[in-house]
Ligand binder design. Structure first.
Ligand SMILES: NC(=O)c1ccc[n+]([C@@H]2O[C@H](COP(=O)([O-])OP(=O)(O)OC[C@H]3O[C@@H](n4cnc5c(N)ncnc54)[C@H](OP(=O)(O)O)[C@@H]3O)[C@@H](O)[C@H]2O)c1
Length: 316
C-alpha cells in the first residue's frame, strides 16, 4: 500500500486527507516513481477551493503537478525525452497528476533528469514555476540591456523570472514587501516596495525607463503600474490578471486563464533548459519551507497567506 493526498470536497485545507491505495504496475510507456519530494503550487489550492468550479465529478481529487524521485519499476517502451528510462534513474516528473504521494505511476515522456546540483526538494520545486517564468520572460522578449519590472519578485514564479531575465542580460527591478528587500538585493534584484506610489518609486530607479513587465501577482496596482511604465503592451505579461489582460490588450499566459496563451510547446521545451540552467549555476530553486506529506494542510495554509518566498515542498 502507498499513501497519497486527496481533496474529498471543495473548501479549505481541512478537506485534504492522506489515504492508502494499491499502486498499479506501470503500463506501456510508463514508470513507477518513489517520490522523494513534491512541489506545492497555488494552483493546487485553487483546484479544490472552488476558484475553478465545483464539479463533484472531479472528487475525490488528487493533487500535485510536479515531483522528484527515483524510478523503481519500468513498463515496456518507457522512453523519456533524453532516452530509455532505467530503474534507479533520479528524475523530475512534470507535468503529472497526483504528485502528492509516496509512489506514482507517470508517463516516461514527462521525465527529465534531476539536475545533479539540486536537492530533491529543489528539483521538485523547479518545473512549474520555472516553465511559467521561462514563458513570461520569452513572451516579453527580454534581452540584454533591458530593464524589466517583476511584480512579486520573491515568490515562486517571481524568483525564477528574476533569475532567467538576469541570465538573458537584463537588469531587474522587483516588487516585494519591505522585509524582503535585502534578500532580493542578494539575488541581484533592485527591490521596490509595492503599494501606493509604486510607479513613482520605479521611475526613480529606472532612469532610462522600463522595457518590459512581468506580473505574477494579479493586482490592479501591478497592472496599472505596468501599463503606465511600459510603452509596448506586447512586452507586458501577466500569469494572474486574465480579465485585465483581455480588457487592456496585453499578454496573459497559462492554460488556466480564459483567453490566455497556454504556451504548451514552449513550457515543455523549457524543462530540459531549466535542468541545464540549474547545472550551469545560472538559476537556483529557493526553498521557503519543507512539510511532511501528512502536513499538507499546513503547507496549503501557508501558501494561501500569499507571502511565500521561493517554493514550498512536501516530502513523503
Ligand atoms: N498562469 C500560469 O501559468 C501560472 C503558473 C504559476 C502560477 N500562477 C499564479 O501566479 C500567482 C503567483 O504564483 P507563485 O507560485 O509565484 O506564488 P507564491 O510563491 O505564493 O508568491 C506570491 C508572492 O506574491 C507577493 N505578493 C503578495 N501580495 C502582493 C502584492 N499586493 N503586490 C506585490 N506582490 C505581492 C509575495 O511577496 P511579499 O511577501 O513580498 O508580499 C509572494 O512572494 C498565483 O496566483 C498562481 O496561481 C499562474
Amino acid at each position: 500500500m502507498t499513501k497519497h493526498v486527496v481533496a474529498t470536497a471543495y473548501g479549505g485545507a481541512e478537506v485534504l486527507s492522506l489515504v492508502d491505495e494499491q499502486i498499479a504496475e506501470p503500463g506501456v510507456g510508463e514508470v513507477l516513481l518513489d517520490v522523494r519530494a513534491a512541489g506545492v503550487n497555488p494552483a493546487d489550492v485553487k483546484r479544490y477551493s472552488g476558484a475553478w468550479g465545483t464539479d463533484k465529478g472531479k472528487l475525490p481529487m488528487r493533487l500535485g503537478f510536479e515531483v522528484a524521485g527515483v524510478v523503481s519499476a519500468v513498463g515496456p517502451e518507457a522512453v523519456s525525452p533524453t532516452g530509455p528510462v532505467l530503474v534507479g534513474d533520479e528524475v523530475i516528473a512534470f507535468r503529472v497528476s497526483g504528485g502528492y504521494a509516496e509512489q506514482l505511476v507517470v508517463a516516461a515522456a514527462d521525465l527529465v533528469p534531476r539536475p545533479t546540483e539540486a536537492s530533491w526538494e529543489q528539483a521538485a520545486g523547479l518545473m512549474l514555476a520555472g516553465a511559467t517564468a521561462m514563458h513570461a520572460v520569452t513572451a516579453t522578449a527580454v534581452r540584454t540591456g533591458d530593464t524589466v519590472l517583476v511584480h512579486g519578485a520573491a515568490g515562486g514564479v517571481g524568483l525564477m523570472a528574476v533569475q532567467i531575465a538576469k541570465s538573458r542580460g537584463a537588469h531587474v527591478i522587483g516588487t516585494a514587501g519591505a522585509g524582503r528587500h535585502e534578500f532580493l538585493r542578494d539575488w541581484g534584484v533592485q527591490p521596490v516596495e509595492y503599494g501606493p506610489g509604486l510607479a513613482d518609486r520605479v521611475r526613480e530607479l529606472a532612469a532610462d525607463g522600463v522595457d518590459a513587465a512581468i506580473d505574477t501577482v494579479g493586482t490592479d496596482e501591478a497592472i496599472d503600474v505596468s501599463l503606465e511604465l511600459v510603452a509596448d503592451r506586447q512586452r507586458i505579461a501577466t500569469i494572474a490578471a486574465f480579465a485585465r489582460a483581455k480588457q487592456d490588450g496585453f499578454k496573459a499566459l497559462g492554460g488556466s486563464g480564459p483567453g490566455a496563451d497556454p504556451g504548451t510547446e514552449l513550457r515543455n521545451a523549457a524543462r530540459l533548459e531549466l535542468v541545464s540552467l540549474v547545472e550551469e549555476g545560472q538559476i537556483e530553486v529557493l526553498i521557503d519551507e519543507v512539510f511532511p506529506l501528512a502536513e499538507v494542510a499546513a503547507a496549503h495554509r501557508k501558501i494561501l497567506r500569499g507571502h511565500t518566498h521561493g517554493k514550498i515542498v512536501l516530502v513523503p
